[in-house]
Design a protein around this ligand. Structure first.
Ligand SMILES: [Cu+2]
Length: 99
């Protein structure tokens, strides 16, 4: 997914939650000298008039206890510093991504 910020100030994502995930962690995958590493992010900044894309190999939201199946749509709530939380409907795809 891509989170877009049309505002004049940076938006700071501070967390995410979903009733279908148990806990949701903010992560970033990085390739450091051939080793794939996953880092915990306390916050992820979406720059003013910019966007951040969550995708395999980069920023992602990690669902720690997934309770969902292919074809489901799950609720995902994004929490921001100094901005109201936002709930989106996320379709559940397999590892290959969108059909
Ligand atoms: Cu992760």
């Amino acid at each position: 997914m891509t989170v877009r910020n049309d505002g004049d100030t940076d938006a700071v994502l501070t967390g995410a939650s979903s009733p279908s995930c148990g806990m949701v962690m903010l992560h970033k995958s990085e390739d450091s000298s051939g080793m794939a590493m996953m880092m915990d992010m306390q916050t992820i900044t979406i720059p003013a008039h910019g966007s951040v894309t969550f995708q395999p190999g980069g920023y992602h939201l990690m669902c720690m206890s997934p309770a969902m199946k292919l074809g489901d749509t799950v609720k995902l709530t994004l929490s921001f510093q100094d901005a109201p939380a936002m709930t989106v409907a996320a379709p559940v795809y397999g590892a290959q991504g969108a059909p």
